[in-house]
Design a protein around this ligand. Structure first.
Ligand code: PMP
Length: 353
């Protein structure tokens, strides 16, 4: 820490991204990336954009906003495109939360929420999930706070129903409800249609997972036009050119190749089912995941030990040093070969014990 760091930032605990060690070749199942390359159409469009890098990108991101709006069945005024969905989540904390309007989210969820709250000086509360890691919906009804829920949740993969989301929306009409749908394309149901009925709903999605574009940094939010307008004020007050030209073009490309995306999601779902079946035979219990990862615990090997042993054998999974989930590991679903390799290494580890 330098002597110049602001007093306000001294206690800031940053978000810890999944590790990316370079000491050997790993099967990387720790950051919920897609194992599949980006669509060839995304690559083709990106190449075209490179020749125009002398110019600033379109700050309104018009063409891509239009395409996303069409995909979601909403108006362009109801969409904001951002630099990953992390950016729109941060914008939501900046735009809607303050001392008077606290933020709440589950105690076990996406680790960036408390960081966004802290950097923006937003007081927050973490509501404990039940013992089985499901949400007690009543905990979120009529609470007069801004609510952030990942659906499906991370790192558990568990989802809540649209009926439950509506219950939360209805009972908190003076507050924002953010539904973070980073993983919705792997078997979840989107709350986007509800934005027509509830002007306090913001739904966020990403191109990082189902669309194989984590490296491009592209996400978006869908909400009534008034909320989008507020979020745009934040965008134009921080980074008007938040989407670079190459990413914009790649986004257009991948959206013209929905068949590729759908097919990849189908493969991930099949591989998830395959992995859960194999893991259960080996003595693991798995939460019911609707995401591109599974959250698993073994009856006799600790979460930390399994993570470390897998790393030695060339497989990276995500272990969180957090009290209630220390027995667990979050394992990204890759292609079939990667999952077979994972299972083989776990078998070895269990036999060596
Ligand atoms: N929400 C959740 C629940 C996530 O796990 C992630 C990925 N780390 C994000 C949002 C952000 O993803 P991105 O910024 O790549 O869109």
């Amino acid at each position: 820490m330098s002597r110049f760091l602001s007093e306000r930032r001294k206690d800031l605990v940053p978000y810890t991204p999944g590790e990316q060690p370079k000491d050997m070749k790993y099967v990387k199942l720790n950051t919920n990336e897609s194992p599949f390359p980006p669509s060839s159409k995304a690559l083709k469009e990106t190449k075209k954009a490179v020749g125009k890098l002398n110019l600033y990108p379109d700050p309104e991101c018009k063409a891509l906003t239009q395409k996303i709006a069409e995909m979601c069945g909403v108006d362009t005024s109801e969409v904001l495109v951002t630099n990953g969905s992390d950016e729109i989540l941060n914008f939501a904390f900046i735009a809607f939360c303050d001392d008077k309007t606290k933020a709440v989210f589950p105690d076990i969820t996406y680790g960036f929420y408390p960081v966004f709250a802290d950097i923006n000086n937003v007081p927050y509360e973490e509501i404990p999930l039940k013992d089985d890691f499901t949400i007690n919906i009543d905990d979120y009804c009529g609470i007069n706070k801004n609510i952030f829920i990942a659906n499906p949740n991370a790192p558990t993969g568990i989802q809540i129903s649209l009926a439950d989301i509506e219950k939360i929306l209805k009972t908190n009409p003076e507050n924002i409800v953010v539904i973070d749908e980073a993983y919705v394309d792997f078997g979840g149901e989107s709350a986007i249609p509800l934005i027509k009925k509830y002007n306090n709903l913001l739904v966020t999605q990403t191109f990082s997972k189902s669309r194989s574009m984590a490296g491009a940094r592209l996400g978006f939010g869908v909400a009534c036009s008034e909320l989008i307008s507020d979020l745009n004020t934040v965008k134009y007050s921080t980074n008007p050119y938040n989407i670079n030209s190459m990413t914009m073009s790649a986004g257009m490309g991948v959206l013209s190749d929905n068949k590729y995306t759908r097919n990849n999601c189908k493969k991930i779902i099949e591989n998830r089912e395959f992995t859960v079946r194999k893991l259960e035979v080996l003595g693991f219990s798995c939460t019911e995941s609707f995401a591109n990862f599974v959250f698993v615990k073994h009856k006799s090997i600790s979460g930390k030990e399994l993570y470390l042993r897998l790393k030695e054998k060339g497989v990276l999974v995500r272990h969180f040093d957090k009290e209630r989930i220390t027995d667990y590991n979050r394992i990204t679903i890759g292609d079939r070969k990667q999952m077979e390799f994972l299972i083989a290494k776990i078998k070895e580890i269990l036999e060596e014990k």
